[in-house]
Design a protein around this ligand. Structure first.
Ligand code: AP5
Ligand code: MG
Length: 238
């Protein structure tokens, strides 16, 4: 049955687990803006503003930026009108402090939090991230191994030269995984104890589209409106 509270979907997983890939695909079954704290921080770094100056060295080293800074970025983003019908969070929360701040916000603003946990073996994520390329204009993600662009280093959609993220060097990937293990993974227990529904997805074996279908199915079972329509018989989106 449909639940009328606006969903706050939390895409949760290690670096390289496919959060950004799934956020883009989930547009097919969710009417909620994609809010990626990593993308927001990179936009500030490109703009060269104060938030960018405070974050740049930390991103480069694979370390988390401060809770105060990201909590404030997300709090402000949730005030924008497009967030009223639901949100799709990618890379937030990442610490216990952030998880507590988010749960407070969801209660105050009448959102219904749902965690989607993308589980992937770390050996796989290191291989994936080393081969990741992204279009700086439209954000399309490529994988040199499983989803390469038709023309080397050029976006299929708009012809822009693809970029490699600065933190996708192996030593930095390993540091990001260490941060994930020590600071982020433990907050799954906090969500469980808080009674937040959790969709567990094995995101290491199947194609992005197959994983997208599993997530939509899980969301539909939890009564998330757009997802129900997307997986119901006769729907154009399957
Ligand atoms: P962020 O940008 O969030 O990076 P991340 O968590 O390290 O995750 P990634 O973006 O690297 O991976 P992803 O899970 O999105 O995978 P993707 O879909 O690209 O954060 C970057 C930094 O910002 C942090 O290190 C920190 O400094 C800072 N930061 C951000 N948020 C913060 C916060 N809340 N608090 C503090 N600091 C914060 O996929 C990866 C590759 O795999 C792609 O090539 C893709 O094509 C491929 N792929 C995806 N799915 C599949 C599949 N099923 N099969 C095969 N290949 C696949
Ligand atoms: Mg990402």
């Amino acid at each position: 049955m449909e639940n009328t509270l606006a969903p706050a979907i939390i895409l949760f997983g290690s670096p390289g687990s496919g959060k950004g890939t799934q956020a883009k695909l989930l547009r097919r079954c969710l009417n909620a803006p994609h809010i990626s704290t990593g993308d927001m921080l990179r936009a500030h770094i490109s703009a060269g503003d104060e938030v960018g100056r405070q974050s740049q060295q930390l991103l480069r080293a694979g370390k988390l930026v401060s809770d105060e800074l990201v909590n404030e970025l997300v709090r402000e983003r949730l005030l924008e009108p497009d967030a009223r019908s639901g949100i799709l969070l990618d890379g937030y929360p990442r610490t216990l402090n952030q998880a507590q701040a988010l749960l407070r916000l969801t209660v105050e603003d009448g959102f219904r939090p749902i965690v989607v946990h993308l589980g992937v073996d770390y050996a796989k994520t290191v291989a994936r991230l080393s081969g990741r390329r992204q279009c700086p204009v439209c954000g399309t993600l490529y994988s040199l191994k499983t989803n390469p662009p038709k023309v080397q280093d050029v976006c299929d959609l708009d012809g822009t030269a693809l970029i490699t993220r600065e933190d996708d060097r192996e030593a930095v990937i390993r540091e990001r995984l260490r941060e994930y293990d020590s600071l982020t993974l433990p907050i799954l227990k906090f969500f469980r104890e808080a009674g937040v529904p959790m969709i567990e997805v094995n995101a290491g074996e199947e194609s992005p589209e197959q994983i997208r279908q599993r997530i939509c199915q899980g969301l539909a079972e939890l009564g998330v409106a757009g997802a129900i329509e997307a997986v119901s018989p006769g729907s154009a989106v399957r």
